[in-house]
Write a protein that binds this ligand. Sequence first.
Ligand SMILES: *[C@@H]1O[C@H](CO)[C@@H](O)[C@H](O)[C@H]1NC(C)=O
Ligand SMILES: *[C@@H]1O[C@H](CO)[C@@H](O)[C@H](O)[C@H]1NC(C)=O
Ligand SMILES: *[C@@H]1O[C@H](CO)[C@@H](O)[C@H](O)[C@H]1NC(C)=O
Ligand SMILES: *[C@@H]1O[C@H](CO)[C@@H](O)[C@H](O)[C@H]1NC(C)=O
Length: 499
Amino acid sequence: MVPQGLSNFCLLLLLFLHSSPGILAVNNEDPTAKIMEEFSGYPIHEPPHSFDPRSLLSSLSVDVQLLLSQIADLSTFSDTPAPAITRILYSEKDVLARRYVKNLLGLAGLSVREDAVGNMFGRWDGYEPELAPVATGSHIDAIPYSGIYDGVVGVLGAIEAINTLKRSGYKPKRSLEVIVFTSEEPTRFGIGCVGSHLYDIPYNLTFECSRLMARNEAVMKALKTTFDKQNISFLEAARSAGYAKGVDDLSSVFLKEGCYSAFVELHIEQGPILDAEGISIGVVTAIAAPATLIVDFEGNGGHAGGVLMPHRNDAGLAAAELALDVEKYVLESGSIDTVGTVGILQLHPGAINSIPSKAHLTIGMVITWLEVAEDTRDIDEKRRNEVIEKIHESAVAIARKRGVNLSFKILNQDPPAHSDKSVIEAVEVASKELNLTHKRMISRAYHDSLFMAGVSPMGMIFIPCYKGHSHKPEEYASSQDIENGVKVLFLTLAKLSST
Ligand SMILES: *[C@@H]1O[C@H](CO)[C@@H](O)[C@H](O)[C@H]1NC(C)=O
Ligand SMILES: *[C@@H]1O[C@H](CO)[C@@H](O)[C@H](O)[C@H]1NC(C)=O
Ligand SMILES: *[C@@H]1O[C@H](CO)[C@@H](O)[C@H](O)[C@H]1NC(C)=O
Ligand SMILES: *[C@@H]1O[C@H](CO)[C@@H](O)[C@H](O)[C@H]1NC(C)=O
């Protein structure tokens, strides 16, 4: 139960807020505030120090219909018809989608800023604006023929959580910030054909910009020499979308360590666990430690009829052998949570009568934890790195044995990220207060949060997605689950921004 006085107070705030949004200004001289104080018997010029977010529960009014209509609106900015979404970095549709979201940030009364690569920040000043803000957000890009919820729920849901906080009369102590991460999909600056320079940065570039934000110099350097298939450079593309004007140095995108007191991302699970177990909220305790390897073998090729077997150095067979070794070493690692995948295997020239002269593989490796214990972190990362080392040794041996040339690149070998205790607890308490079933879980998918962990305490809120479908048009999250997620985010932000 909420004390009578407090609920009256909230009601009053609501009434006043609708007519006068500036009412909560921390200003003793404010005549309206004075009247309100006399009227309510509550001192409102001094926001309560021991603010109890539970009092917000009584005025929690997520407008889920509005949110769903915004999700539907955003899905129209796509190069393929909804529900198959294609929204490529800095494309016309991406620019329109950004404009749509930017407008919503403005309508929510947030002050909006964009950085050199188009990351958007919408800030709501707290009454102690010198404190590090609390941030939330996600991305709105979409790989070809993907779904409408991935990332989007965490952006539009964050804006709705802010709007709900405002409607409820809440005034944050720390500023609150919504971040819309610029994403760069492999589709554009991603993996090209064998032998091309285009695959210099092939991994999911969505997290590339968060990586950039997390002060990654290598990524900053690489972006300068990254071109898409039309030979448009990253910077040119960014400029055509209205960013990076007159800038060559992207270090302005770097975030300072400690720039946020917490970052929390709402996201669909992109896996089947919550849906299968009928649980409403996933409290993410850690994000998997991924790595990406790029391997190229090169042999002499030749006519498939003319060159006899003893005289061949078939790059395709070297690749096939390595792919099986990847499976073998992963299985031998002794951890069910280590996975490795040869997701791309391209042969050149790719003709029925030609011995492959080139083979290109990308190997994705992920390690996750069953145990959330801090002390397994190093062990697991070490285990993954040992597997990578074995794959490397194996590639060298195969190349020598088969007389082919080898290029072996480790594109990224990220450390795992653990959620911060403060965020985990805030999300759990929020779920409890809302009577929502919840469980702790790890994220096996990459998220912007993985890199935000480098500059800020971090955590994530997962909601179920139907059968775990993601990155395809079948991706679906129910309105109830979306509403639950926004409610949990709402309370989590209130908790984190009031301490
Ligand atoms: C791509 O553009 C660069 C200059 O922007 C040029 O030097 C290079 O030759 C071009 N490459 C191709 C394949 O067109
Ligand atoms: C392997 O690399 C060496 C040195 O760059 C080169 O001379 C040789 O032609 C390459 N072999 C093949 C099969 O590409
Ligand atoms: C949660 O359940 C308790 C006990 O049934 C109830 O008193 C409370 O109002 C519920 N809270 C919400 C937010 O539904
Ligand atoms: C890239 O990572 C983000 C992280 O949240 C994910 O949502 C997105 O679907 C990923 N895209 C690809 C192509 O893997």
